[in-house]
Design a protein around this ligand. Structure first.
Ligand code: GDP
Ligand code: MG
Length: 177
């Protein structure tokens, strides 16, 4: 049930970052609306979508921000990160370069966001196993070294998208409730 009667105990801002075309917008579409599109347009303008969940009997509104197609130019502004309590740091398991850029995204995130930010490293497009260019082990090792949560997802097959957000939001809840 939506509308004026909705009671929200917490609003948590979570940002999506990572190279262009790794699947950020489709991960968000899957989480917020349970939709997926194979020919998604590059996102225009800073946007967020929300979904309200129940965590520990409390109503938590997740406000998920998606980049405005600025990924290529590293032009994501500090306003985008401001107030973010969680982040999904996304690469594409079929594109090595998108994984090699993760340390840069992490630096930018840590320089701009809350010091307690909860970060999930996400290897998306796990449905494309035959095109894999980043091993699960490499990513896991990096995540452990940097103290990040880690999951491989498929927005297309709806694999682990729910878990990725659930984990981040539950951790934020533990810290901020
Ligand atoms: P963004 O630039 O990071 O927001 O990436 P998009 O969400 O626009 O996705 C880029 C392309 O990858 C689109 O053609 C999507 O349909 C496709 N895509 C996104 N997620 C997946 C996935 O999990 N599996 C596959 N096979 N394709 C995906
Ligand atoms: Mg996008």
């Amino acid at each position: 049930m939506a509308g004026a009667a909705e009671k929200v105990d917490y609003v948590f801002k979570v940002v999506l970052i990572g190279d262009s075309a790794v699947g950020k917008s489709q991960i968000l579409a899957r989480f917020a609306r349970n939709e997926f599109s194979l020919d998604s347009k590059a996102t225009i303008g800073v946007e967020f979508q929300t979904r309200t969940l129940v965590i520990d009997h409390r109503s938590v509104k997740a406000q998920i921000w998606d980049t405005a197609g600025q990924e290529r130019y590293r032009a994501v502004t500090s306003a985008y990160y401001r107030g973010a309590l969680g982040a999904l740091l996304v690469y594409d398991i079929t594109r090595r370069q998108s994984f090699d850029h993760i340390p840069r995204w992490l630096d930018e995130l840590r320089a701009n966001a809350d010091k307690n930010i909860v970060i999930m490293l996400v290897g998306n497009k796990s449905d494309l196993q035959e095109q894999r260019a980043v091993s699960t082990e490499d990513a896991k090792e990096f995540a452990e070294k940097e103290n990040l949560f880690f999951l491989e997802t498929s927005a297309l097959q709806a694999t682990n998208v729910e878990s990725a957000f659930q984990t981040v939001l539950t951790e934020i809840f533990k810290i901020h409730s």
